[in-house]
Design a protein around this ligand. Structure first.
Ligand SMILES: *Cc1c(COP(=O)(O)O)cnc(C)c1O
Length: 339
C-alpha cells in the first residue's frame, strides 16, 4: 500500500498524516516534489517516499534525504545517475519508472522503451528499479471505462516487457483511489491510495462507506441587524430583501474559502441550521445570513464537514474536492484528533 501525502496530505497537514501512516505500517508514501519529501523526513519519518515529479535542480537534496525518484524520461535518468555516481552510495539507488499509457502527463512513451531499457542496463551498478507504474486518466468516470481498460491492457503489456529484461523483482502498480474501488482486478503488487484516505471518492455507494475525515470550522465573530434594502459586503452584491441578521465569520478567500461561493452559492452550518453566504466573500472574512437561526457571537460555524460536504461544495462551483482541500491556506490551524 502506497499512500499519497502530496500537497501536504491533500491540504490537511504537513507531516502529521505521514507520521500516523508510518505507525500504521504503510509500505510507501507518495509526494509530488522533493521539498515535500524533505519536510516529511525532517519530521522523522523513515518509510520509503516516492517523489513523483522530482526537480532536477534538487537531486542532491533528494539523495541526501533518501527519497526515491520517479524517472519518466531518458534525460532525467542520465541526470540522476550522474548525481548518484558523485554521491558515492553504498548500494544501487532505488528508483521508480513511470510509463505513459494514455494520461500523457509524465512517463516513458512505449516507443522509447527499448532505448530506455538499454540505458537502464548500462547503469545497473548505480541504480536499482523498485517499481514500474502508470496512472489512469479517468478511473472515476464510467463513460471512459473502455479507455481505462485499454490503459490497463497497455500497462500489462509494456510493464511485462519491461520487467522481463531485469533479473530481479520489480513491483508494478496502477491504481489510485477510484481505480481501487472500480478496477480492483488491476491491483498488481501495490496500489496508490490518495483521496480515499481523506474520506472522499467518486462513487456514491462507496462514499457511504467512507467516514468524513476533515471538517473546516470557525466561529461567529460579529452579529448585526440590517434593514430591508441594506447591502452587505464589497461591491454591494448582497442585498437584504427583508430585515435580516448577519453574522460575520473570520474566514475568507485567503483562507481557501473560494470566492465563487459568494452570494448564496454555499451554506455554512450554525447550530445545525444552514446559513447562506450573503454578499461577496472577502479576503479574510465572509458574511452569512442567520436571520432564522438562534445563535450568538462565538458559536461554532461548520464551513464543510460530514453534512455539508466538501464534495458538494466543489460541485457547486464546478470543481473537485481535491482542489478545495488543497487550497486551504497555512494560516488555517490544523487540529488532529486521535480516536
Ligand atoms: C495523486 C496521485 C494518486 C492518488 O490519486 P487519488 O485520486 O487521490 O487516489 C495516485 N497516483 C498518482 C500518480 C498520483 O499523482
Amino acid at each position: 500500500m502506497m499512500v499519497m501525502v502530496k500537497a501536504f496530505s491533500y491540504g490537511l497537514g504537513t507531516y502529521e498524516v505521514a507520521q500516523v501512516l508510518e505507525k500504521e505500517g504503510v509500505d510507501y508514501l507518495g509526494v509530488a516534489n522533493i521539498l515535500e519529501g524533505v519536510e516529511i523526513r525532517k519530521a522523522g519519518v523513515q518509510t520509503p517516499i516516492m517523489v513523483m515529479n522530482p526537480e532536477t535542480a534538487s537531486f542532491n537534496l533528494m539523495i541526501k534525504h533518501q527519497l526515491t525518484p520517479v524517472i519518466f524520461s531518458i534525460h532525467n535518468l542520465h541526470l540522476f545517475a550522474k548525481k548518484v555516481e558523485k554521491s558515492k552510495q553504498l548500494k544501487p539507488y532505488p528508483i521508480h519508472i513511470k510509463i505513459d499509457t494514455g494520461m500523457h502527463r509524465l512517463g516513458i512513451q512505449p516507443e522509447e522503451m527499448d532505448v530506455f531499457i538499454t540505458e537502464l542496463k548500462k547503469l545497473s551498478h548505480l541504480i536499482k528499479i523498485e517499481s514500474v507504474f502508470s496512472h489512469l486518466a479517468a478511473s472515476d468516470e464510467p463513460s471512459h471505462d473502455s479507455f481505462t481498460k485499454s490503459q490497463a491492457a497497455d500497462f500489462e503489456k509494456y510493464s511485462s516487457y519491461f520487467i522481463s529484461h531485469f533479473d530481479y523483482e520489480i513491483d508494478r502498480h496502477l491504481l489510485n483511489t477510484n481505480g481501487i474501488l472500480r478496477f480492483n482486478e488491476y491491483s498488481y503488487n501495490m496500489v496508490r491510495l490518495g483521496i480515499g484516505l481523506y474520506g472522499i471518492c467518486a462513487d456514491e455507494k462507496s462514499q457511504k462507506k467512507l467516514k468524513n475525515v476533515s471538517t473546516l470550522k470557525t466561529k461567529i465573530s460579529h452579529l448585526i441587524h440590517v434593514k430591508k434594502g441594506d447591502t452587505i459586503g464589497y461591491n454591494r452584491n448582497g442585498i437584504a430583501d427583508t430585515n435580516k441578521i448577519i453574522a460575520t465569520i473570520p474566514l475568507g478567500y485567503a483562507d481557501g474559502f473560494n470566492r465563487l461561493l459568494s452570494n448564496g452559492k454555499w451554506e455554512v452550518l450554525i447550530n445545525n441550521q444552514k446559513a447562506p453566504v450573503i454578499g461577496n466573500i472577502s479576503m479574510d472574512m465572509a458574511m452569512v445570513d442567520v436571520t432564522h437561526i438562534n445563535c450568538c457571537v462565538g458559536d461554532e460555524v461548520t464551513v464543510f464537514g460530514a453534512i455539508n460536504t466538501v464534495s458538494e461544495m466543489a460541485q457547486r462551483i464546478q470543481t473537485i474536492p481535491y482542489e478545495l482541500l488543497t487550497i486551504i491556506s497555512p494560516r488555517v490551524k490544523r487540529v488532529f484528533i486521535r480516536n
